[in-house]
Every structure is written in structure tokens, then in C-alpha cells.
Design a binder for this molecule. Structure first.
Ligand code: SF4
Length: 247
């Protein structure tokens, strides 16, 4: 599709294009560049899911972790930055969920429970990503009290030896933590625990991974996740960036 920049500096998008992306005038765009390409991002307050990385620090040193090749210093999100994020929530009227995850273990942040409460107390769903080591009974009870919607635990290795080799930690400890979580959440069925990571489907089937039976965790093929994610992205409609290539 070709569009023209006129003498006055105006770009006119074809009506069909705007309709397909659920965009209507008047509308503002952010204009920025990535790798030399101009990109337009519609300024729509329709963000539904917000990801927050509260720390790049972690209590593990996994062999495969991307942090191993970073030069950046380990950092904690300061209270000022967190407060600035929280103060902008009124500008995100369609926000439904906040996800604490990324590179680093969120539970190592000293204010993580208070941060979670900032969102749950406003009726937002909170998902927490964790390596599972710090999900001890005290923390799990607090997460339940705060109404955390979902806890995602990464386990890269369904056998104790594989897990220890990759993560240098004890798989049994995580299973014990998840067993406690399972017991505690029984009356409400929330938060659901979702286990992810680089466990091969064939490995689980062949070796009868200990965690599948003990805590009733179900593993899913990643392809299903990818399809679901693709569907979610399609559903977000107009807020996706528009890449512009002059030709
Ligand atoms: S738990 Fe995650 S962030 Fe921590 S070292 Fe392992 S891969 Fe990296």
C-alpha cells in the first residue's frame, strides 16, 4: 500500500486501512524511529495489560539466563518510578491486568507485596511471574490475601538433576511450595498456578515428571500458547504500531 506526503506535510491513510485497524479521526500518533525505520503508534488509551519489571536482580544464577551476558548493573525499581506508574493509571481506562515479570525475580524486591496491593486494591488482575523458590508459605499466604489472580512459575527441567544442572536449585523445594499453594487455593481455585519454561513435551511424557502427578500441574505445548498470544494481539486492534517504509 502506498500513501503520499503532500506539500503541507500531511499523510492521508486510506479509509479501508483505518477501518481495518479500528482507527478514526481525530487521532494523534507518536512518531519514532527503530533501526532507521519510521514508526507511527496511535495514541489510544486502550492498553489492557501492563508489564512491570521491578528488578533485574535474582536469587538464582541459571546457566541459560540472558542476564549472564548483560553488562548493566543490577537494579531495583525505585519507589518514585513505581509511584509515577501508579499515578498514570487513570490515563489507562481499559487496563485489566498488571503482570510482574521479566528478567529478574520480582519476589526479591523488598516492596513487591505493597506494589501488588497498589493494583489489586483498584480491582485490577495481577499476575506474578516467579522462579518459585521464594514462594514460601508466608509469601503465598500474603499473595492469596492480596487476591493475586495468577502465579506463573518457570521450571526449566522436569527432573531434579536436569533442573539442578540448569538452575542450580532444588526442584523439590519448588514442588513443596506449589503443593502448599495448591492446598491454600483449594476453597477459591485462585490464584491458578501456571508452570512454564523450557521443559520438553517428550521429556515429560517419557520420564513422568514428578511435578505433574504431585501437584496436579498440567503442561501444555508451547504452540497452543503461541496461537493464543497471536489471537490476543489481533484482539488489541488499533494500538499496534504502524511501520512506515518510504519507497
Ligand atoms: S530465575 Fe529467571 S531471571 Fe533468575 S537467573 Fe534464572 S532465568 Fe534468570
Amino acid at each position: 500500500m502506498k500513501i503520499k506526503l503532500d506539500q503541507q506535510g500531511n499523510l492521508k491513510f486510506p479509509a479501508q486501512f483505518l477501518q481495518r485497524r479500528n482507527l478514526s479521526a481525530p487521532l494523534e500518533f507518536w512518531l519514532f524511529e527503530r533501526e532507521g525505520e519510521p514508526i507511527l503508534l496511535p495514541r489510544l488509551p486502550n492498553l489492557r495489560k501492563l508489564y512491570i519489571e521491578v528488578t533485574t536482580g535474582c536469587n538464582l544464577q541459571c546457566r541459560f539466563c540472558m542476564r549472564n551476558i548483560w553488562d548493566d548493573p543490577i537494579a531495583l525499581m525505585t519507589q518514585d518510578i513505581f509511584d509515577a506508574v501508579a499515578a498514570r493509571l487513570p490515563y489507562l481506562p481499559e487496563l485489566e491486568e498488571v503482570v510482574f515479570t521479566s528478567f529478574g525475580e520480582p519476589l526479591t524486591h523488598p516492596n513487591i507485596l505493597k506494589m501488588i496491593e497498589t493494583f489489586t486494591s483498584r480491582g485490577l488482575r495481577v499476575t506474578l511471574g516467579s522462579n518459585g523458590i521464594l514462594l514460601n508459605p508466608k509469601i503465598v499466604s500474603e499473595l492469596m490475601r492480596l487476591g493475586v489472580y495468577r502465579i506463573m512459575v518457570s521450571i526449566d527441567g522436569a527432573q531434579a538433576e536436569t533442573f539442578h544442572d540448569l538452575r542450580g536449585a532444588n526442584l523439590q523445594q519448588i514442588i513443596a511450595n506449589l503443593e502448599y499453594l495448591k492446598e491454600l487455593k483449594k476453597p477459591t481455585c485462585h490464584p491458578p498456578a501456571r508452570v512454564g519454561g523450557g521443559v520438553r513435551h517428550s521429556q515429560i511424557q517419557r520420564q513422568r515428571a514428578p511435578c505433574t502427578g504431585t501437584i496436579g500441574i498440567q503442561f501444555r505445548r508451547c504452540a497452543a500458547d503461541r496461537q493464543q498470544r497471536a489471537g490476543l494481539h489481533r484482539g488489541h486492534g488499533g494500538s499496534n504500531p504502524i511501520w512506515l517504509r518510504p519507497c
